[in-house]
Design a protein around this ligand. Structure first.
Ligand SMILES: [Zn+2]
Length: 501
């Protein structure tokens, strides 16, 4: 989590629902029933953008932001909707993904930026995302996603099956960017080839990037990017893009299409790679936050997720969930009142005290069910939800740790809840505070050898060689020529990294 108040970005939404009309699709030229006008699309993008950038954080690297914006604007001019006011951002997430929001807002994660091996791969995906905007794909997807989001918020305290909640909560913002249909993806691939060729990049490279994604998908530990998730056969997609690349090369009569490998690699030298421990990390069952300087134990065998807004822990079968977030208000009392009011709680017991010397307020409460007339009494009883919250005042913040389950299950989980809550404490251990994130470090190969030998030569551990091969878009058995630049991964602060160069 970051130093941010919990924001209910999920509720942004509901404003622009039933707007429909006929409009001409800029790509196909056909009349289509559209859910939103261009202006409404733009308004939606503008409304969502602050929430998205706050959720992920904008990645702090001027050069990289300048690069994505410059290439994006250049490409927008040659696209089917050159008049939109596009915005391009690299967001601070380790997940490998890129996504577009109606109105021309396009986001790349630092995770995907780390996995490109040249400018042309980047340009192909950039064109693909611009393609979703110009062909107005997201416009027709949005309503469904938003309904899902609203449903998720309502479901949070009312649904009888907590399993659903746990599942939805774990997907987090992922839900906001549901999959496009296969036809939409194919069309965007086509537009990606067209747009990237038009600004002078070799679109063959985009096809190569699909094999990188495919290899990541095979690796259980890696996240699958949504922009390929609807494609069961990436090999097909790769072939298709290769053919399109040939076609567009002929069409534009381009002779010197750019790949831009070295320039790209030099630009991402020092890029954060993987989770940033400064936003909190889990180690041997304990969660540490080195910046906010607290720690707490997490329940054994529960799933765990750290997002900028909260830390989520969920029982494997979804029968209970626990979250840590920032409370609202300037005092424990204010935070308690806000909690009771916002969640329509009926308080069973409330105690003031301390947790490891920190002022705390505990609240045991039931969520008052909404009046669902017409529903059988029995069904309503199943929906009774009980929660235990510890509000803890520390370091200028109020932390809210809440455990939720059904009334029926509550006794079974209350010890699990309190053993996390009562063991929240100040973090003073310097070895846990001074952790450094991993960064991409670009190295020049001194002697021709296999990638495996080269990586070992740079002291990369054996159990990470395959991961690094994927990151480099190569096989471990590939011969790497002397003088080639390759990616390695090292731990270090941004400062240390800058000095090294
Ligand atoms: Zn896509």
């Amino acid at each position: 989590m970051r130093m941010q108040r919990y924001i209910s970005y999920l509720l942004i939404i509901v404003t622009s629902f039933w707007l429909s009309g006929c409009a001409t699709n800029p790509v196909t030229g056909k009349k289509e029933l559209m859910l939103m006008s261009s202006n409404q699309e733009r308004a939606m993008g503008e409304q969502n953008d602050p929430q998205i950038t706050q959720f992920f954080g904008v990645y702090d690297d001027k050069q990289l932001q300048q690069f994505i914006n410059q290439k994006g604007q250049e490409m927008a001019k040659v696209s089917h909707r050159p008049d939109l006011a596009y915005e391009f951002k690299v967001v601070d997430s380790p997940v490998v993904n890129a996504f577009a929001v109606p109105g021309g807002f396009i986001y790349f994660t630092r995770g995907i930026m780390a996995h490109f091996n040249n400018e042309a791969e980047f340009a192909g995906v950039l064109g693909h995302e611009i393609g979703h905007v110009t062909a107005r794909h997201s416009a027709s997807q949005y309503t469904k996603q938003m309904l899902a989001q609203v449903g998720m918020v309502a479901g949070m305290v009312l649904a009888p099956e907590l399993a659903q909640f746990a599942d939805a909560a774990q997907q987090g913002l992922g839900l906001l960017f549901l999959k496009f249909g296969r036809d939409d993806e194919t069309q965007s691939d086509k537009l990606g080839v067209e747009y990237s060729t038009k600004i002078g990049y070799d679109a063959d490279e985009m096809a190569n990037f699909f094999s990188t994604l495919d290899r990541m998908r095979g690796d259980a530990g890696q996240s699958v990017p949504t922009f390929m998730s609807t494609h069961p056969d990436p090999a097909n997609r790769q072939k298709n893009v290769q053919q399109l690349a040939k076609k567009w090369k002929r069409k534009t009569k381009a002779t010197d299409l750019e790949v831009g490998r070295n320039s790209y690699l030099k630009m991402i030298d020092g890029l954060l790679y993987g989770e940033d421990p400064n936003q909190g990390y889990l180690e041997a069952g304990t969660f540490y936050h080195p910046v906010l300087k607290f720690k707490f134990p997490t329940p054994q065998g529960w799933t765990f997720q750290n997002t900028p807004q909260q830390v989520q822990m969920a029982h494997k079968e979804g029968r209970a969930i626990m979250t840590l977030s920032l409370g609202q208000g300037n005092s424990l009392e204010e935070a308690g009142q806000a909690l009771v009011k916002n969640n329509n709680l009926s308080v069973i017991q409330s105690d003031k005290g301390d947790v490891n010397g920190l002022p705390a307020l505990s609240i045991l409460a039931d969520v008052q069910p909404q009046q669902n007339q017409g529903q059988p009494q029995q069904q309503q009883q199943q929906q009774q939800i009980r929660l235990l919250t510890y509000l803890i005042q520390y370091g200028g913040n109020i932390y809210n740790i809440t455990g939720i389950s059904t009334q029926q299950d509550f006794n079974q989980f209350s010890n699990t809840f309190t053993s996390t809550m009562k063991n929240f404490s100040e973090l003073t251990d310097q070895s846990k505070i001074n952790v450094q994130p991993e960064r991409i470090s670009i190295q020049e190969v001194a002697r021709t050898a296999t990638l495996s030998q080269v990586l070992k030569g740079f002291k990369m551990p054996n159990d990470r060689l395959e991961e690094l091969a994927v990151l480099n878009g190569m096989q471990l058995t590939d011969q790497v020529k002397q003088g080639t630049l390759i990616k390695t991964v090292v731990r270090g602060s941004a400062d240390a990294f800058a000095k090294e160069k």
